[in-house]
Ligand binder design. Structure first.
Ligand code: ZN
Length: 344
């Protein structure tokens, strides 16, 4: 299990093996995370925020029936943990995630934070009105007391940022993320840039602007995940971000993209930066308001298509362990000296 990973031994004076991850069922040892899909979605409500509030959609009775078989399938394929990255105002539903975690036997994480990308369609008024300090107080409150009345605590800070340059709201939200991170030890994962491959360098500019701001606020780059880095077509910029110590997340894998993913990940390996790479699918998405959630994207392709392609591409078992076991454990481990007991 333990392989010698640089940066694994000591983070903030805390030994990696003594660090914890906050799942929806409470804290666990980071080393217990196991094979992990680091960026997926179970359930989402993708209607504009105002509409979500004015016309709430009751959770359909078929939600568990639709999602659970997909989770059972990857459990059989060796998966042990799923990070649900559904942002706060995109239908985040901690109670449902916990229910699916219990039913599937998979460990799961949910988020705190704010999503101000997608042209602002998911931005609630309080995100515009409050200061970074007030937003951080909200998110730290979720960490301390649980989300709403669920007593379920977030395991990461999920932000949605797309500006080039960053907007004033994006800067504020990032500062709130920095404050929350420094108080809680939660990692910050930023959806970065437009959700598309745009001109070369565009997404990286958004990524580096975030990294600069966060570093200036006292956040170590290793506490920040560049989500959807695959949308940046320039591999040298992935290398640059990982070289600064950030996590580079290639998280939109679909069957048919094997060659592209093996090449992107292979470049990071060749540069000696595999220890900063996360790989996932951004799949799932039971979509509220659609019959049976619309077209649910299965979680198995990492196991049935990408991992075999990586093996064929020369990745050995220790590199596979690094990508899918050790890196997620290091990325989502709490950067805090506080030891958290199971009772919230
Ligand atoms: Zn996502």
């Amino acid at each position: 299990m333990a392989i010698g990973l640089p940066g694994c031994a000591q983070v903030g004076g805390i030994r990696a093996k003594d660090r914890q991850v906050m799942t929806v069922a409470g804290p666990i040892d980071a080393s217990a995370l196991g094979m992990t899909l680091s960026h997926e979605h179970l359930f989402a409500d993708l209607r504009p925020y105002a509409e979500q509030i004015s016309t709430p959609i009751p959770l359909g009775g078929d939600v568990v029936e639709v999602i659970l078989p997909h989770l059972q399938e990857i459990r059989r394929l060796g998966c042990r943990s799923v990070i649900d990255c559904t942002a706060t105002t995109l239908g985040r539903n901690p109670a449902l995630i916990k229910r699916l975690s219990e039913a599937s036997g998979l460990q799961m994480l949910t988020v705190t934070g704010a999503y101000v990308a997608a042209g602002g369609r998911f931005v609630p008024p309080y995100v515009l009105d409050e200061t970074d300090e007030e937003l951080a107080a909200r998110w730290i409150g979720e960490w301390r007391h649980g989300i709403g009345d669920t007593r379920i605590r977030p395991g990461l800070i999920k932000l949605g940022i797309e500006g080039d340059p960053l907007s004033a709201t994006e800067r504020k939200v990032l500062l709130a993320g920095a404050r929350t991170h420094l108080e809680t030890g939660l990692v910050i994962a930023s959806h970065t840039g437009p959700w598309a491959q745009v001109e070369p360098g565009r997404n990286a500019r958004c990524a580096f602007a975030q990294l600069d701001l966060l570093e200036g606020a006292g956040v170590d780059p290793s506490a920040w995940i560049w989500v959807h880095a695959q949308n940046e077509v320039r591999g040298d910029l992935h290398v640059q971000a990982a070289g600064r110590g950030a996590w580079v997340s290639f998280d939109g894998f679909r069957p048919g993209q094997e060659n592209g993913y093996v090449a992107m990940i292979g470049r990071m390996r060749d540069e000696g930066l595999l220890e900063r790479v996360l790989v996932s699918q951004d799949a799932g998405w039971y979509n509220a308001g659609q019959p049976r959630g619309g077209e649910f994207k299965p979680f198995h392709p990492i196991f049935t298509a990408l991992i075999p392609a990586l093996r064929k591409g020369g990745f050995d078992e220790s590199q596979m362990q690094m990508l899918f076991v050790h890196n997620p454990a290091r990325a989502f481990a709490l950067r805090t000296s506080e030891w958290i007991s199971g009772d919230t």
